[in-house]
Design a protein around this ligand. Structure first.
Ligand SMILES: [Zn+2]
Length: 430
């Protein structure tokens, strides 16, 4: 526990603590809760809440509207004049989290405001010949967005397509990303042994405060799960398992909305467990890995296709053709059953209340729910079968990992220390 999150002993500390709690509640509520609802939720006195809201509004952290932004009418509504039914919302010059979803063949840069709304989304195909060149392209796009938002940017979250151990990419698919410290590279450092920043590092991610501010990195599947716990189908679930299937299978166990990421941050590599009984060697160094049967490779293995083109796209083509092409139908059925079997084994191990599915896992489940369920029930222990944890396909789509990356940034910002660094309004540039 950081010292500024311990017991607040002075009135200034108590006030800073309450400001952070209130702003956190505005963030978690997505800007949909009225001041009266927030006051009740946080058990604040009405007068205290009024003072805190005024303080946050004065610092351009929130703006109070008379109804939730992005409501049914979708138009900007005028400010309230201090009525308790006002809705604390994102300030038009308030904090912004930049987020990057890094893939082998493309990257996406996004901006999120305090209430979790995505205001910028730009996707770029990979142009650089090398992985290192691609990181330089990402840095250039981030620089442009930093110019646009000025010191409204409170940090950058990066979702990476590789396991991270102690902040470094280990066993990435692009060879020149091996052992690269992405947060260090994008934070303006050389990616070497920069001092660890504990402003946001809780084991779930690797954080660096370089020349260009706070940069936090996390595994993409872990961040997809974090996003579901905060904004998606796993919201409010006490213990949740999330599985993200792309070429491989990653995921995360979340307890009380917090990712359990292991001693080095590299937990959740569920795809590299021998859950379906095969014995084929895997790229990871193990044998019989689950992802060989239930990931994109599993879908493609069963159909005769040349090994070229984007694997995810080809896997999606197999799913789409399953209704008309017998081979594709069989491949889908097999991968769906393998997916279900692995989920059953993981539920036996982890005892979650619900299981979130994103990427190909959601697509396979929606295309072949009976096969997934058959595999799932076959491997579940008998006592669990009458009431198995529900399988919940993600509704966040491509925003999942980006949303999770932005949550890393807001987790670091929405603390007394984070807010203490928020610049005074007259210094704002954008
Ligand atoms: Zn493996």
């Amino acid at each position: 526990m950081r010292k500024d999150e311990g017991a607040a002993t002075t009135s200034a500390e108590l006030r800073a603590h309450n400001l952070a709690r209130l702003l956190r509640a505005v963030h978690d509520g997505g800007g949909q809760l009225t001041r009266a609802e927030l006051t009740r939720q946080l058990s604040l006195a009405r007068g205290t809440a009024t003072v805190l809201v005024r303080d946050l509004a004065g610092r351009q952290l929130i703006e109070e509207l008379s109804s939730p932004a992005g409501g049914p009418d979708g138009i900007k509504v005028p400010r309230t004049r201090g009525r308790p039914t006002g809705v604390p919302s994102a300030h038009p010059r308030g904090p912004v989290a930049l987020a990057v979803d890094l893939r082998d063949d493309s990257f996406t840069v996004a901006a999120f405001e305090l209430t979790g709304r995505c205001t910028v989304l730009e996707r770029h195909e990979r142009e650089a010949a090398s992985g290192t060149g691609m990181l330089a392209d990402v840095a250039a796009r981030l620089k442009a967005r930093r110019r646009q938002f000025g010191d409204r940017v409170v940090g950058i979250g990066v979702a990476v397509p590789s396991p991270l151990s102690a902040g470094q990419m280990v066993q990435p698919t692009l060879p020149d990303w091996q052992d690269v410290d992405v947060a260090g590279v994008l934070g303006g450092g050389a990616g070497g042994n920069r001092e660890r920043d504990d402003g946001g590092g809780d084991g779930a991610n690797a954080g660096r405060r370089g020349n260009d501010g706070l940069v936090l990195a996390g595994n993409d599947a872990t961040l997809a799960g974090l996003a579901e716990a905060r904004r998606g189908v796993l919201r409010g679930v006490s213990v949740a398992l999330h599985l993200h299937v792309a070429t491989g299978i990653g995921g995360v166990l979340l307890a009380g909305g917090l990712p359990v990421t292991g001693a080095h941050g590299a937990a959740g590599e569920f795809g590299h467990m021998p859950l379906t009984g095969g014995s084929e060697p895997c790229r990871c160094g193990s044998v019989g890995c689950w992802e060989l049967d239930a990931g994109a490779r599993g879908l493609l293995r069963a159909v005769v296709q040349p090994e070229e083109g984007d694997r995810m796209v080809r896997a999606e083509q197999v799913i789409a053709a399953a209704g008309t092409d017998a081979n594709c139908g069989q491949a889908l059925a097999r991968a769906a059953e393998a997916l279900g079997r692995g989920i059953g084994a993981l539920v036996n191990a982890q005892d979650p209340e619900a299981v979130g599915l994103s990427g190909l896992a959601a697509e396979v489940y929606e295309a072949a729910p009976a096969e997934v369920r058959a595999g799932y029930l076959a491997t579940l222990m008998r006592f669990r079968r009458p009431d198995p944890p529900p399988l919940l396909p993600s509704t966040l789509g491509d925003l999942g990992a980006l949303t999770g990356a932005s949550e890393l940034v807001f987790d670091a910002f929405l603390t007394p220390r984070g807010l203490g660094a928020w610049p005074a309004s007259e210094e704002k540039t954008a």
